[in-house]
Ligand binder design. Structure first.
Ligand SMILES: [Zn+2]
Ligand SMILES: [Zn+2]
Length: 376
């Protein structure tokens, strides 16, 4: 019995109950459901259905898991417009006894200094987007990539997103109202959100596909070696026959030469086939967005770089008991080291402050998104 499957069962039971279905728990780790027709239709199940949440399924049950498309199906039921949902998690905030230490632990600013100005309880909105990733090669691989932002400051949620999501599924009460709007960070403009997602997503998709790519590379190399060994064997035999000069006649030699050429051509063709077979295409499609509204402890920091200074906020999440990693205001990477730029004190990852490829001068990509300021 695993915690996550139980959590998902509880979530499904609560959600279905909320939507007016009759829900009964059956063992091992399943649900029997009598669902109103519209609910059954959204979930793509018969009106009387059995769902199983663990490796061992109840009789005649359909399997439900986080890695299948069930999150999407539940999402369709949750969301007012099918693909977005908001849940409020009124978690109690414990007092932070040593916020300085927490900041020291998380914040790595090699070229700037900072001072903690204060801490205060606050509410934030987290946006968690799920993307379905499908990779096609000699095999097909499907999976979900999660990308989340703290709307208060742009921090990415990689270190806490699993915990947020599972707690949201476990304890979310669809009937709890969020606090008044003025206490919450506001929406990002659609274009801004899109730009940030576009820069943040490739890194996560690559990390998600890394094991698949390694496996694919291994299979490709194995096939290349096998093809090479096979044709190398044919070639060696042919060469051996050519070298038996004493017995080989002119027509024999001519025939062997043709054979050798044909072997070389066929080898090239086989290698090209393999490259084709293992060519990779990746499809990434947004599937849904969950907004999680919850209390946090907000830390205000003053960052100083040369003569400049700038205030930033980082939120401490009471569920994961972790402080936001500061956003890279260009790449939204999940790596945590940040530099502070000279001109506008942007927080950026070392990669977003890398040297220009032509003049080798380092510059801030958040200040100069299009081109290097020195050589253009
Ligand atoms: Zn340059
Ligand atoms: Zn900058």
């Amino acid at each position: 019995m695993s915690a996550s499957s139980n959590t998902l069962r509880d979530f499904a039971a609560r959600l279905l109950d909320y939507e007016g279905a009759l829900v009964e728990r059956i063992e091992p780790e399943g649900l029997e459901i009598l669902a109103p027709a519209p609910v059954a239709e959204v979930l793509q199940i018969p009106e009387l259905a059995r769902l199983g949440f663990a490796a061992e399924l109840p009789e005649r049950a359909e399997r439900v898991g986080l890695e299948s498309d069930w999150l999407e199906r539940f999402g369709s039921l949750l969301g007012e417009y099918g693909r977005g949902a908001r849940v409020t998690l009124p978690v109690a905030l414990p007092p932070l006894t040593n916020p300085e230490r927490i900041v020291e632990h998380t914040l790595s600013l090699p070229n700037a200094v900072y001072r903690l100005l204060g801490t205060a309880p606050a509410w934030t909105r987290y946006l968690v987007m799920l993307f379905r990733v499908t990779a096609f090669s000699d095999e097909k691989r499907e999976g979900l990539v999660k990308l989340g932002f703290n709307l208060a400051n742009g921090s990415v949620l990689d270190p806490i997103v699993d915990e947020l999501l599972s707690t949201a599924l476990e304890t979310a009460d669809m009937r709890v109202a969020p606090p008044p709007h003025r206490q919450l960070p506001s929406d990002w403009a659609q274009a801004e959100l899109k730009a940030r997602v576009a820069r943040a997503l490739p890194e996560r998709v690559e990390a998600h596909l890394a094991p698949f790519l390694i496996g694919m590379q291994r299979r490709l190399e194995r096939d290349l070696v096998r093809v090479h060994d096979y044709f190398d064997g044919l070639r060696a035999e042919s060469l051996l026959r050519l070298r038996k000069e004493g017995t080989a006649t002119e027509p024999d030699i001519a025939r062997e030469r043709l054979r050798l050429e044909a072997i070389a051509r066929e080898y090239e063709a086989k290698v090209a086939d393999l490259r084709q077979k293992y060519a990779l295409s990746v499809d990434v499609a947004w599937s849904q967005t969950l907004e999680i509204v919850m209390p946090v402890v907000r830390l205000e920091l003053l960052i100083k770089r040369r003569k400049g200074e700038r205030k930033i906020m980082l939120d401490w999440n009471p569920l994961a008991r972790k402080l936001d990693i500061p956003p890279c205001e260009w790449s939204y990477t999940r790596n945590a080291v940040r530099l502070v730029c000279d001109d506008r004190l942007h927080l950026i990852s070392p990669a977003a402050h890398a040297p220009c490829t032509s003049c080798e001068k380092a510059y801030c990509r958040a200040c100069h998104p299009l081109q290097c300021p020195k050589c253009h």
